[in-house]
Each structure stands twice: as C-alpha cells, then as structure tokens.
Design a protein around this ligand. Structure first.
Ligand SMILES: [Zn+2]
Length: 56
C-alpha cells in the first residue's frame, strides 16, 4: 500500500472556461455535457444580468 503519492486533486482533467459575465471560471459539469460549447454563463443570475445589460 505504500505507493508514495496519494491521490490528491487532479483526479481527472475537467475543462473549464470563464463566465461571459462575471469572469469566474466555470468547471465542466455533467449537466453541461450535452451543450458545453453553448454554455457561457456560470448561473442563471449571470444569464439574466447579461440580458438586462443589453436593455440599458
Ligand atoms: Zn457568472
């Protein structure tokens, strides 16, 4: 059982990209697997904010 390094972080590499509104990094989620390329906002709040910004 002595393998030296324990599993810590870096289990898998998950893609991530910044939210188009708040700039926070969004880490890939299973829920986004189908439309990861279309995901631009980290949350509904950001999506809404983007829409309201346009309305200014
Ligand atoms: Zn955001």
């Amino acid at each position: 059982m002595n393998t030296g390094r324990a599993f810590k972080g870096n289990k898998r590499f998950l893609p991530s990209k910044p939210c188009a509104v708040c700039g926070r990094p969004m880490v890939w989620r299973r829920a986004w697997a189908k439309n990861w390329d279309e995901v631009r906002y980290c949350s509904d709040a950001c999506r809404r904010r983007k829409n309201t910004e346009r309305d200014a």
